[in-house]
Design a protein. Structure first.
Length: 237
């Protein structure tokens, strides 16, 4: 890992540690983790799944073309590498989805159709407690670089510690409310992405970039910008 990527990784770790006791924009922090993971590990898409208050996995953040759809597909069919990582607490790495098709036929065919060849799923865990998975999608076949795997596991572990620490400090009702709010925010963000894409005649990845860039530029929560777009108070593009 080069010096620039190492510095960026450390900055992400510092941000996660600093947010461990914070109550701010949880949805935005999770999205930031997905964004940085895609950039740090040189993959074309990344996503996060967390167990909700009902103990079922849900998509909480994603970046990249079709990444959210691939995770949604796994939730619908009840199987896939991202679910397995979250359920078992073990890293699940697929260097080539074509080879893994007999194991997960629906997911592997969908991944190949979307242009992704390699998938690496890292559990978010602290000892025996697993709260979700960090999922990386690449367009080139090949095993995950060993140094990158170590770094990805460290990042996922620290993310888990950050979320669990926040849970232990807050009372159960508040914490579950925040996690559920993050899941609800994701629904609003997806609706806004679709609206922007339809209005501007662009794909959803471009629509999301417009939404995210406006939120960062104006230092606003992502969900707040999405609501403003849907209400007609903000026009992007």
């Amino acid at each position: 890992m080069g010096a620039d990527r190492e510095r960026r990784l450390l900055q992400m770790i510092i941000a996660l540690v600093g947010s461990a006791t914070g109550s701010g924009d949880l949805s935005g922090r999770l999205q930031h983790l997905a964004d940085e993971s895609a950039a740090l590990f040189d993959v074309h898409a990344a996503g996060l799944m967390l167990f909700g208050s009902d103990h079922r996995l849900q998509i909480t953040a994603s970046v990249g073309h079709h990444s959210g759809l691939l995770e949604l597909l796994q939730l619908e069919v009840g199987d896939g590498p991202c679910l397995e990582a979250a359920r078992t607490g073990s890293v699940v790495s697929i260097p080539d989805v074509r080879v893994a098709e007999p194991r997960w036929p629906h997911f592997c065919r969908a991944a190949a159709d979307a242009g992704y060849t390699a998938v690496h799923s890292i559990p978010l865990r602290l000892r025996t407690t697993v709260i979700g998975s960090l999922n990386l999608f690449g367009e080139s076949a090949g095993a995950f670089d060993e140094d990158d795997l170590v770094a990805a596991r460290a990042l996922a572990d620290i993310a888990a510690i950050s979320l669990l620490q926040q849970r232990s400090i807050d009372d159960a009702v508040t914490t579950q409310g925040q996690l559920q709010a993050a899941l609800d925010s994701r629904t609003v963000i997806e609706q806004a992405k679709g609206w922007i894409a339809n209005r501007n005649g662009v794909d959803t990845a471009t629509a999301f970039s417009l939404l995210r860039d406006h939120a960062r530029r104006n230092q606003l929560p992502l969900a707040e910008v999405a609501l403003a777009v849907l209400a007609g108070r903000t026009t992007l593009g």
